[in-house]
Design a protein around this ligand. Structure first.
Ligand SMILES: [Zn+2]
Ligand SMILES: [Zn+2]
Length: 369
């Protein structure tokens, strides 16, 4: 079929919205009619090179829609199923999947390669093959993806926001609840409260944190974080340190979750300075690929038993956690609709990313008819 898709053709180039060909599903794949896709910062990281990815590529990974067609060999899914797209497939059989860490599935090695799992592409422009961001490519009204890259959701969950569960909600909520392991009474700092950080605030709130300190230079984002459960806000790290020190009588925070657009190396030392004994720092924002050196006090790391953690998918198991998170949303325990600041037709995707960069969106969404 012929569809319009937002394609990245080179480093630092804008999204090119062009008509391309899309193949139907091969073995183990599904064709999804996409309803909406979030303008996640990570998709922009492909164009800036923070996330190395081969061009040309259809972008977008934070989407939801309805299965239109299932390919051969697909069990447990059928046309008409409502699904959230997952930027990482899970095989269910590798060492990590069977140990309950499907977020670390060995198939994750394929998400930065470009083509589908069998090495061929589903999108084409004439003779030219076009890759799919993280096997997904949801900046298009239809996409063909691995059946292992979708999770079915109930039909009453609105598809115009459901895509958020596939990245910003699961990664942010999970970074707080699963990776950091926030418990009742904890003091939690969230550095950067955009799409992912907003949900880290919500995760900390759900887990019973006593104090949640949201740090962001943008006033609009700080105000939004307060509506989501932040008990205190700060515009920078020095202000945050003073707030945390006062709140904890100098013992400092239990967790700091770094949800900035990029995890710059200096942010790690800053986050570690905000946590006390047995403090845990979770790196959620993506670091630059060439970042190898961090300045931090190894002596304090040792003496205070501090932890520095990475995360994939907020340490969630999406097939179990996304249905749970959508249920929490249905029951009013998670605020999701209000996270969508603006919606855009696909043709305006570059305006959507301009708005993200200028700090006026928590989340922009591309929506399809
Ligand atoms: Zn994302
Ligand atoms: Zn696996």
């Amino acid at each position: 079929m012929r569809v319009d898709a937002a394609v990245l053709r080179g480093l630092n180039e804008p999204w090119s919205v062009e008509e391309v060909d899309l193949d139907g599903p091969s073995e183990g794949e599904v064709l999804v009619r996409v309803r909406s896709t979030g303008l996640c910062r990570t998709s922009e990281h492909l164009s800036t090179g923070v996330v190395p990815f081969p061009f040309p590529a259809v972008g977008g990974h934070e989407g939801a829609g309805v299965i239109e067609e299932v390919g051969p060999g697909v069990a447990g899914l059928e046309a008409g199923d409502h699904v959230v797209l997952l930027w990482e497939p899970a095989c269910g059989r590798c060492r990590w999947c069977v140990r309950g860490h499907t977020n670390l599935c060995d198939l994750g090695a394929n998400i930065l390669l470009g083509p589908q799992l069998d090495g061929t592409c589903r999108f084409h422009a004439g003779d030219e093959d076009i890759n799919q961001e993280f096997l997904i490519g949801a900046f298009a009204p239809y996409t063909t993806v691995p059946a292992l890259s979708v999770v079915r959701i109930d039909e009453d969950i609105p598809l115009d926001v459901a895509g958020l569960f596939g990245c910003s909600v699961s990664c942010g909520w999970g970074a707080a609840v699963r990776t950091a392991g926030v418990e009742h009474g904890d003091t939690v700092v969230v550095m950067g409260v955009g799409g992912v950080g907003s949900n880290a605030v919500q995760g900390a709130r759900c887990a019973g944190a006593q104090h949640i300190v949201a740090v962001d230079p943008v006033p609009f984002k700080r105000e939004n974080a307060e509506r989501l459960g932040a008990t205190h806000v700060a515009a920078d790290i020095d202000e945050a340190w003073n707030v945390v020190s006062e709140l904890t009588r100098g013992q400092l925070a239990d967790m700091a979750i770094v949800c900035t657009a990029v995890t710059e190396t200096e942010y790690i030392g800053q986050a570690l300075s905000l946590v006390g004994k047995r403090g845990r720092v979770v790196m959620t924002g993506i670091p630059r690929p060439d970042a190898t050196h961090v300045e931090m006090s190894l002596f304090e790391m040792l003496m205070y038993e501090r932890h520095l953690c990475g995360h994939m998918f907020g340490s969630c198991n999406p097939q179990a956690d996304i249905p749970m998170l959508t249920d929490m949303y249905r029951r009013g325990q998670l605020v999701i609709d209000e996270l969508v600041t603006r919606t855009y037709p696909l043709a305006d995707i570059n305006r959507g990313y301009d708005d993200l960069r200028s700090g006026v969106n928590i989340r922009g969404m591309v929506t399809f008819e």
